[in-house]
Design a binder for this molecule. Structure first.
Ligand code: TRP
Length: 328
């Protein structure tokens, strides 16, 4: 099992619901590697390398705080495993420019960032580097949100191209492991994103949580508590569905909201309580761990060493396909 995160900012509740919870739940069942994808982060943050560097530690703290256990899960730094870069270089020859331009997730990210002619070539090609990440560990399961499905598809195309060239399977195909909360919106109802500032960080303070909940988009037509309201597209309900364990009560709230008689204030108060309870233990573990950054960096260091061994064996197999091991 393999996933990664770009260290471009703190991880948020969207990451938690979409992928982190699955990683924690399955870490004792599957052999898991998690990559802090700093090279991928540089594909659109090359002008701010210091931020990327700083966020490596933040992301590692988020992992440990949510319960990723470094004694069973390998936490590795992408840039510390040069084999992944070499794999990317080889895979780039198995992908056309037209195919890269078709990836719907990359397309929408390009639009969001307003790239035109100044689109970094590395950004367009990052799904190929992601294919290297996944296959570099012979991963078959990738716990991600649904925005990453196009990456899985592109990875499997490369895997098949490689098998075709070799005449036998070289690395396994993979599949996404989607959580039952495929995509959590940002507080404004748009896609949750670190850059839009509309997400709730796992490290958010109690006040930040309260303010973000207050600012949540509900139903603009629901003015008085007695008005009937819409549940679909209502961000508060999206979060309640993802984090409120009292499922039946949430169903009851939905019904009351639809019929009229449940105000946004009361609804948001409940969500605030739920989120405070989810994030409190995460925050206190994080605070504790943050006191010893050297220990966290040591975890990343030893994870990267372990990961390096696996990736080296995969790279050797892929080099073989291109007759690159024969020159002494
Ligand atoms: N693209 C992922 C993101 O945006 C990060 C990532 C890098 C990743 N390498 C990966 C995800 C490999 C799954 C598998 O957060």
């Amino acid at each position: 099992m393999l996933t990664g995160d770009r260290p471009t900012g703190p991880l948020h509740l969207g990451h938690y619901a979409g992928s982190l919870r699955t990683r924690v739940a399955l870490q004792n069942v599957h052999q898991q590697t998690i990559l802090i994808a700093d090279l991928q982060a540089l594909t659109d943050h090359a002008g701010r390398p210091r931020d990327v560097r700083r966020n490596v530690l933040e992301v590692a703290l988020d992992y440990l705080a949510v319960g990723i256990d470094p004694s069973v899960t390998t936490i590795a730094l992408q840039s510390a495993i040069p084999e992944l870069a070499e794999l990317t270089m080889l895979y780039l020859n198995l992908v056309t420019l037209a195919r890269l331009e078709r990836n719907p997730t990359v397309r929408s990210e390009i639009e969001l960032r307003g790239f035109a002619r100044d689109l970094p070539a590395g950004f367009l090609a990052y799904p190929v580097s992601q294919a290297a990440d996944i296959t570099g560990f012979r991963a078959t399961l990738v716990p991600v949100g649904d925005d990453q499905l196009p990456m899985i598809e592109q990875t499997n195309e490369i895997v098949r191209r490689l098998a075709g060239l070799a005449g036998h399977s070289v690395v396994p195909e993979c599949r996404a492991l989607l959580s039952d909360t495929p995509r959590l919106p940002g507080v404004d109802g748009r896609k949750a994103s670190k850059s839009l500032g509309n997400a709730i960080a796992l490290s958010a303070s109690p006040d930040e949580i309260r303010d973000k909940v207050r600012a949540m988009f509900t139903d603009p037509g629901h003015v008085r508590a007695s008005d009937p309201g819409r549940v679909e597209g209502n961000v508060v309900f999206a979060y309640l569905e993802a984090f409120d364990s009292q499922r039946e009560e949430v169903e009851g709230l939905k019904q009351r909201y639809r019929e009229g008689g449940l105000g946004d204030m009361a609804l948001k108060r409940r969500l605030d309580e739920v989120l405070q309870a989810v994030l409190e233990p995460i925050r206190s573990r994080r605070t504790l761990l943050a006191r010893d950054p050297a220990a966290v960096l040591a975890i990343i260091g030893s994870g990267s060493n372990r990961a390096h061994d696996t990736a080296a064996s995969v790279l050797s197999d892929v080099r073989e396909v291109f007759f690159l091991n024969d020159h002494g």
